[in-house]
Design a protein around this ligand. Sequence first.
Ligand code: PMP
Length: 316
Amino acid sequence: SKCAGDGIFSKGKLDPFGDIKLSPSSGVLNYGQGLFEGLKAYRKEDGSILLFRPDENAKRMIMGAERLCMPSPTVDQFVEAVKLTVLANKRWVPPAGKGSLYIRPLLMGSGPVLGLAPAPEYTFLIYVSPVGNYFKEGLAPINLVVATEYHRATPGGTGCVKTIGNYASVLKAQAEAKAKGYSDVLYLDSVNKKYLEEVSSCNIFVVKGNTILTPAIKGTILPGITRKSIIDVARLQGFQVEERLVSVEELLDADEVFCTGTAVVVSPVGSITYLGKRVEYKNNGIGKVSQQLYSALTRLQMGLADDNLGWTLSLD
Ligand code: PMP
């Protein structure tokens, strides 16, 4: 097997959605050698289809493959495969304003391996599913609980790549939080236990006046593509954005808090519970900044605003 060798993938084929065959001793099943991505295709009013920054997903998968000692498709192979899959499933892309087509690329060690080692063969596949708007009413606030007994990632671990194991490790914390009525869990750093990291499937932003804070990418949080895009959009709109260590105190003292991700887009945070104490944000968390950034980003993604940044790829 080869670590992080680019371009070893042969041209793919389209298959109807269905089960895949996998060796019981495959690397992915035994040692978690698997990565995934998530992106969306939106339909415009004129019927054409837009992808949002698919090259960024490709680059993140390549970075993850390097960390997991796997070969990866090149950026071009990845984007081509996404295009081909979406075009073949065109009829499943919802009408403009009625949701999107969620695209899920997977890269895994599919070959057999008994002793701990990278797998001898790899499979890259993509499946798609139509999804409604995450929140029917546009912005809907989420209620988070800060984890004090669980951590999502440790320095030197795999927190910064989109590997399947990261998600297995948060299931229990998430289930406990949901059972208590919270929407999701906010994780702190595992060393000082006081700096914000991220939520199970989205990044976090803290607003104070004209300043927007977000945890810096330091190896333990996922470099979200929505996060990166929101930072640029916010700066273009005149906000001061700081990527740095952000403490729980700054979070609890914020004017507004919101999360970003492909699924949640921009979601305001209505409340945060930390060590049993609940802080509620003004107007149930639906603040001016969250609304403004949500609108700017979704207008770009849906092709309602001019794409001066070259972030969208039109398929028609
Ligand atoms: N953090 C985690 C742990 C995630 O799973 C996701 C979703 N991919 C994000 C952040 C947000 O990343 P993106 O904006 O690229 O969807």
